[in-house]
Design a binder for this molecule. Structure first.
Ligand code: ADP
Length: 469
């Protein structure tokens, strides 16, 4: 199949092509269209032209389009799932979960709307609030959840009347191209465009005068560049950036019962989740037991190609990240104790053994930085005040988890954590009616939920006096 760009309703070849590697074997398995600057300009111009008519549709009409998109993705669900695993590396059940969630997102945000609201009405007049669409929205997405993170942008942005440019990460462009193919048959020309680059067009998008908003998910360093580049045109921005989430285990838990949950919170999608548990804090009384239990789970985990049944942990998505994670592990070995894993798996592809490290200081790079891979440090604490201070001593503040048999204790800890989301005794429960986002350098703005959807609108106040004089 040919993976093309979508510009102004047409599926087109790129000015050049881009090779896409299957991370499970490190070899090129597909080639897709790569846009140049002229094609980006065409896409932005098409989205700008399409905007007035799309914004003028009734919300019910746009909802129907989104439902048709959802139906069409559903009809090709298996294709999406298999392609996602091949380009991203995640095990098939996780790919299935991502695609199924994306279909729900299209329908859910399609359903939501913002009718005119009356703030107050008096004999003399009234004050209204309108939520108007912004114009052309650019969605810039990363390689860990290429479909889900696109859909939670596309669905609310289109539902409220914006038109779009989508730009996936260059190592996972195919599922976005496939969505473009689906959308080409359904949406009016220009409403949704797909531009694929080799990490070279991002700056052009974020500074483009005809792009009204950038919805970006990616690393904190790139997010800072996006913010800088968007300043020139005072663009609206949503930045979902990195995290260094803590899992805080309280002293009342049954270690054997919670260990698998904490392990999954760290290792899901081979640890490549912004909201993964990236440092685990255990009370001294449970430290040895938890370390051992997590190490056992790491040794037993099935690491393999995501297409094989039973795979728990797939490869790291790309070579650059693979090398970065291996470097962090090497650094940690010098200071701490590697209890399980500790190296690459000797096979083709970007596989790393799930790795658990203990006895690191809070200053170790594996503790302070975002590892974004299948390795996790386990740290010891002596008091709640101390652990909260250490957890909050980070420039990140995305999520976090607390594990305890007493949900009230969990709440008291959660209230003191500086982050956008805290789960108690669960992880990554992200219903679409609940927003998420980062504190501190983990981001700006919210995604998902009604709060997230509002970020695709401009709040306008209309203040009316009944009489002209
Ligand atoms: P990573 O560093 O893990 O590859 P990034 O945060 O750089 O992740 O990538 C997330 C998305 O941002 C990708 O779609 C990437 O192509 C895009 N991107 C990279 N550089 C820029 C930039 N200067 N401006 C906007 N987007 C960019």
């Amino acid at each position: 199949m040919a993976y093309k760009l979508l510009i102004d309703g047409n599926l087109v070849d790129g000015a050049s092509t881009l090779d896409v590697i299957n991370p499970a074997n490190g070899t090129v398995f597909a080639s897709c269209a790569r846009a140049d600057e002229a094609q980006l300009e065409q896409a932005v111009a098409a989205a700008k032209r399409a905007f007035p008519a799309w914004a003028a549709l009734s919300h019910a009409e746009r909802r129907d389009y989104l439902n048709r998109l959802a139906d069409a993705v559903q009809a090709r669900e298996t294709e999406f799932v298999e392609l996602l695993t091949r380009e991203q590396g995640k095990p098939l059940p996780q790919a299935k979960f991502e695609i199924a969630g994306s279909i729900v997102a299209l329908r859910y945000f399609g359903e939501q709307s913002f009718p005119l609201e009356t703030v107050r009405e008096t004999e003399d007049g009234k004050i209204l609030e309108q939520r108007a669409p912004l114009g052309v929205v650019a969605a810039i997405t990363p390689w860990n959840f290429p479909v889900a993170l696109l859909m939670i942008k596309v669905a609310p942005a289109l539902s409220v009347g914006n038109t779009m440019i989508a730009k996936p990460a260059p190592t996972t462009p195919l599922t976005t191209a496939l969505f473009g193919e689906v959308a080409a048959k359904i949406l009016p020309p220009g409403v949704f465009n797909v531009i694929i680059d080799a990490n070279d067009l991002g700056g052009k998008i974020t500074s483009h005068p005809d792009v009204a908003k950038v919805a970006f998910t990616g690393s904190t360093p790139t997010g800072k560049r996006v913010m800088q580049s968007a300043a020139g045109t005072v663009k609206r921005l949503t930045l979902e950036l990195g995290g260094n989430d803590a899992a805080i285990v309280l002293d009342d838990v049954n270690v054997k019962e919670i260990a698998p949950k904490v392990f999954n919170a760290a290792m899901l999608n081979a640890g490549q989740v912004c909201l993964a548990a990236k440092r685990i804090y255990a009370p001294r009384s449970l430290y040895d037991a938890l370390c051992e239990e997590l190490a056992k789970l790491a040794r037993e985990a099935v690491v393999d190609d995501g297409v094989h049944q039973g795979t728990q942990i797939g490869p790291v998505q790309n070579k650059q990240q693979y090398e970065k994670v291996l470097d962090l592990i090497e650094g940690a070995r010098a200071e701490g104790k590697v209890l399980a894993g500790g190296s690459a798996v000797q096979r083709d592809g970007y596989f790393i053994q799930p790795t658990v490290v203990r006895d690191l200081s809070d200053d170790a790079p594996l503790v302070r930085e975002e590892q974004f891979g299948p390795v996790v440090p386990v740290l010891v604490y002596d008091s709640i005040d101390e652990v909260i201070e250490r957890v909050n001593d980070s420039e990140y503040g995305l999520g976090g988890t607390v594990w305890t048999d007493d949900p009230d204790r969990g709440l008291q800890v959660a209230l003191r954590i500086q982050s956008g989301t805290v789960w108690v005794n669960k992880h990554l429960d992200m219903p679409f009616d609940v927003s998420f986002g980062g504190a501190k350098q983990s981001g700006i703005g919210r995604e998902s939920g009604i709060d997230g959807m509002k970020e695709y609108t401009q709040l306008k106040v209309i203040n009316i006096a009944n009489k002209a004089a």
